[in-house]
Design a protein around this ligand. Sequence first.
Ligand code: GLA
Length: 384
Amino acid sequence: MSEKSILEKFNAKFPGKPRVFAAPGRVNLIGEHTDYNDGFVFPMALDRYTFVAIAATNDRKLTVFSVNMDETMKIDLDNNTEKRSHWSDYVSGMAFVLEEKGYRIPGADILLESDVPVGSGLSSSAALEMSSGLAFLGIMNQTMPKADLALLGQRAENKFVGMNCGIMDQFISMHGRKDHALFLDCRSLDYQLVPLPSDNVRIVICNTMVKHELGSSEYNKRRAECEKGVEIMSKDFPGIKALRDVSLDQFESVESQLPDVVRRRCRHVISEDDRTLASIEALQSNDLVCFGKLMNASHDSLRDDYQVSCKELDTMVDIARTIPGVLGARMTGGGFGGCTVNLVNAMQVENFCMTISSRYFQVTGLEPKIYVSVPSDGGHEIGV
Ligand code: GLA
């Protein structure tokens, strides 16, 4: 996708000269279901973007054409309070939260095009939120710190779309940096860009091509279970605000007081925070074997304790772990379908891609999509 082709497509639909903004999807390397527990995550921005071409109008209407959906939606900014359970909710949600903050969007013609796979756990929704947020700010000649726009995106998703997501996806979509992954403390929002070695390993994403419907209801349920754990453990550890505040030793000293399901959810989150911290150390000392083992342990904990994996994700991971050159394999994102992320020796990537495709197809009858990805830059305006 090029700026030129986006401009041409815009001009075929709308008058005016647009500005073009882009924001990427993400893959999370480790630190899953920790963000809404004030914990640690380690995602990278993908080399796949959602592009928004936008030209201001002054009629308080958004006319939004999606190239991917081949569909136009009209949004009346004076009557934009309810989601429609439609792809355009992420655009209208961003308009909603910006206007709630006091911004007044004049109206706009918008063309969207994305190569972030939709519904695959690679944050196509955050990419759409961040690119449209940047676009709205752009036509109002406004700017805002990246973290603030990420928080607004999270708010759009929580309050408008009804998904109680954490901050990871929007944050990395804004702060991603070429050749780096991003270590984020989801409480303070302090972050560190960590270089990813590119000479000897590759990040390979395998799309299971399934998405199980229970994803968003189960997600909200997991959040509530974590909060329950904090509530119960705060009797022994007064002052804890989130699972982030409980060490593994503390947890083990009181775990027998927790209902079994809550106990397992807490064990995942608390141990995942430790794994994420350990993975940064491993990377900094160039111990990729250790990093891969932590990825494997993360998947096993998500499968057994957090119970957000599914048959297809487990199959993809199990196959990956038998292929030479694979250092680590795990599900990535919210779960219940979507993608796995694999750390693979660069020399063996070609064989990995071929083998995993054919074996996954043999077992499931589904043809997976495989993306060899490089860490890329976060949201920005194109051509400036
Ligand atoms: C989804 C959410 C994120 C995060 C992950 C799980 O992607 O949007 O906030 O909670 O699931 O790590």
